[in-house]
Design a protein around this ligand. Structure first.
Ligand code: SF4
Ligand code: SF4
Ligand code: SF4
Ligand code: FES
Length: 701
């Protein structure tokens, strides 16, 4: 029986999971306990004392955020005594806080305002104190106004937990202040401008830099979606006003370990309405690209495709949605009848790797973060789930994740958060990586040899090894003390998870079939989806296409090509006037992910749903619409993919099995370069350019 306890809160009997705190328990009973410093998913620190409650049998009130429920506990959350303390706390905070709710951007979602209203405090009864701290607003992302700070410490804690540790308290008591190292502006610190602290701040002390007079919370329409700018596929919440995106916040559940966005996902949306967006089709006339109508563009494209037929070469990005991928597959097979169709995936992974999952991940197609909301529960019990949230041992192989360089930064943040909550980390890499500094064990050297040695050590410790694995296990290097310790950690772990570069996936599989789960991670958001929807070359590969002369080359989405490959005719279908588009014969404007609904399958094999947040830019159309319209011109009707088809295609049956200890050959897995190249247009056409220019200026000093 799951550990459930019965408690009575304000006269309501309620059953709640054992081990959770009183704020969360009260919430289950539908009762709100006022709080300012508590963050769901994090341990209560008792800084604000607003959450005091009375517990039967105890003389003094207790702090609800760090008091765990006990069976038959009787709790009162609104006694005169605790309400008085709360009113006093809010009154005191107001004496140090600007009273400008009329113009404050956070009005409506500010917790201090909410409690002042609740306790009928228009003014503070204490002498007002004005600090007049300087505002930190010299960067285009985050404005820090310490005069509004109520010292709840939420920003300090989220920044620490995710491993960036930029913020801390300086000074004592009410004179204390949240600062960066040496109290320098954010851009002179190690800040990555992820904005997690902005999402955490309950008042107006931390805010997006451009929010002034861009509307307040209640004026926004909110849409949940997923960021497609890298393989992390973070949940986002998009705020729209008058048809324009005003801000993007993390869309993950409060306190979820997936609650993270990097600067790309949070601030890159400026590019959607930038000058380099494509709003109408373009065609080359006398050497120059000129605007044209869809009708004309579709006529030209369909005529050309009819001519080149099976010799047509197609290259697609893996950052398109499943619906686009299925339509593209049908379009290539049934309309153009070409087999020369490949994707950017073939640069960094083989398709087989993408079709195989950790053995338990298939059960978990949808994100379930409920368990991580209750920080006091032992979430390291053997859930058997292949995700970072519920692993007590994470093994990172051949990956250099980095929040600072934005290399799969949300995965880096999630790993660091798990480590900060007690999980162990083993890093296996030829070189030193960013995560090395927080690892329990660093195994430096050839990744394949290290994996082999770990398996031998597991065997020496009595673990049953697959027969096939034994056959592949030859010439194992010395089993060092560190390797032995690593094997012991795996043995003692309840739910180990291996995060691996696709290059070492096969070798790492051999550990996972003994114990734990393995997930290969990719630079593009829908690499798994595109592979599972069935886009796979039968003839020319990506590299063969760009290194030979083709009759016609059709590129789809953001492909890492700047120069025009040798081709007699180039069709570029994308959202921006990239260098490649400038060299095309015809350019078809496509919508961006925030302008289209659909699905992707993320690195962990979960189907994720994207919702259109704003209208298509200009006359741009979704990839799937464009394929269908060209097909129509070629007298074929392409059906629209339906959800059941996508679910069926993503329901992988391929089981993990023993694999040879070999690095996958001829692949180029450098996500640090790849992600930046893929996002160049977003970076160059948004405030993110400031980051690039600052980094370059820093490098020149
Ligand atoms: S933006 Fe991110 S890294 Fe910078 S201070 Fe805030 S939480 Fe820390
Ligand atoms: S800046 Fe905001 S989140 Fe940070 S301590 Fe002050 S009020 Fe709390
Ligand atoms: S980590 Fe990747 S998916 Fe997440 S916000 Fe950044 S770019 Fe988007
Ligand atoms: S929420 Fe419990 S002390 Fe602040």
């Amino acid at each position: 029986m799951e550990d459930i306890v019965k408690i009575n809160i304000d006269g309501r009997e309620v059953e709640v999971p054992a081990g959770i705190n009183l704020i969360d328990a009260a919430e289950i009973a539908g009762i709100h306990i006022p709080n300012l410093c508590y963050m769901k998913g994090m341990k209560g620190v008792g800084a604000c004392r607003l959450c005091l409650v009375e517990v039967e049998g105890l003389k003094a009130p207790v702090i609800a955020c760090n008091t765990k429920v006990r069976d038959n506990m009787v709790v009162k959350t609104k006694t005169e005594r605790v309400q008085e303390v709360r009113k006093f706390v809010v009154d005191l905070l107001l004496s140090m806080h600007p009273l400008d709710c009329m113009t404050c951007t956070k009005s409506g979602i500010c917790n201090l305002q909410k409690y002042a209203y609740e306790f009928e405090l228009k003014e503070s009864s204490f002498t007002r104190k004005k600090f007049g701290y300087p505002v930190d607003a010299a960067n285009p992302f985050i404005k820090r106004d310490p005069d509004y700070c109520i010292l709840c410490g939420r920003c300090v804690r989220v920044c620490k937990e995710q491993g960036t540790s930029v913020l801390d308290f300086m000074g004592r008591g009410i004179e204390s202040k949240v600062v960066t190292a040496n109290d320098r502006p954010l851009q002179e610190s190690e800040c990555t401008f992820c904005g997690s602290c902005v999402d955490a701040c309950p008042v107006n002390a931390l805010l997006e830099a451009d929010r002034w007079r861009k509307g307040r919370e209640w004026e926004y329409e909110k849409q949940n979606s997923v960021c497609m700018l890298c393989g992390c596929a973070c949940n986002i919440k998009v705020s729209v006003r008058q048809g324009e995106i005003q801000k993007i916040n993390s869309g993950a559940d409060e306190g979820s370990v997936e609650k993270y966005l990097c600067a790309y996902g949070r601030f890159g949306f400026d590019s959607l309405s930038s000058e380099s967006r494509l709003s109408v089709p373009l065609k080359r006339v006398n050497g120059e690209l000129k605007e044209t109508t869809w009708e004309d563009a579709l006529d030209i494209v369909s005529t050309k495709l009819r001519e080149t037929g099976k010799n047509t070469c197609i290259i697609s990005s893996a950052s398109i949605m499943n619906e686009d991928a299925i339509t593209l597959k049908r379009f290539a097979k049934d309309v153009i009848k070409t087999q020369n169709i490949d994707t950017t995936i073939s640069l960094y992974s083989n398709i087989d790797t993408l079709k195989r999952f950790a053995k338990d991940v298939i059960k978990t197609q949808n994100i379930d973060t409920t368990i991580s909301l209750y920080s006091n529960i032992d979430i390291f019990k053997n859930s058997g789930r292949a995700d970072i949230n519920s692993s007590d041992l994470i093994i990172v192989i051949g990956l250099d994740l980095s929040q600072w360089d934005r290399v799969l930064p949300a995965i880096d943040a999630a790993v660091r958060r798990r480590v900060n909550r007690g999980a162990k980390l083993i890093v296996i890499n030829e070189l030193e990586t960013g995560l090395s500094s927080v690892a329990s064990i660093n195994l430096r050297g050839n990744e394949i040899e290290i994996i082999k040695a770990i398996i031998l050590s597991l065997k020496q410790n009595g673990m049953k090894i697959d027969k096939k694995t034994e056959e592949y296990l030859e010439n194992v290097q010395e089993v060092t003390e560190e390797i032995k310790k690593s094997a012991e950690m795996i043995l003692n772990s309840k739910s180990p998870l291996i995060l691996v570069s696709p290059l070492f996936f096969n070798a790492a599989t051999n550990i996972a079939i003994i114990k734990g789960n393995v997930i290969a991670v990719y630079p593009e958001a829908n690499a798994r989806g595109v592979a599972l929807m069935g886009i796979e070359t039968k003839e020319k590969t990506y590299n063969e296409i760009i290194n030979s002369t083709s009759d016609l080359l059709y590129t789809i989405g953001n492909v890492p090509l700047q120069n025009r490959p040798e081709t007699n005719f180039l069709i570029v279908q994308g959202s921006y006037l990239t260098d490649l588009a400038k060299n095309a014969d015809i350019v078809l404007p496509a919508t961006e992910y925030l302008e289209t609904s659909g699905t992707i399958i993320d690195y962990a094999g979960r189907i994720r749903y994207l919702n259109k947040a704003i209208d298509s830019y200009g006359a741009s159309k979704s990839h799937r619409e464009i394929f269908r319209e060209i097909a129509k011109k070629m007298s074929t009707t392409l059906k629209m993919p339906v959800e059941s088809e996508i679910k069926k295609a993503s329901n992988i049956k391929a089981k993990l099995s023993a694999m040879p200890f070999e690095k996958t050959k001829d692949l180029y897995f450098e996500p640090e370069k790849f992600i930046e190249i893929l996002n160049l247009t977003v970076i160059n056409n948004s405030r993110l350019l400031w980051l690039k220019e600052s980094a370059e200026a820093g490098a020149q000093k």
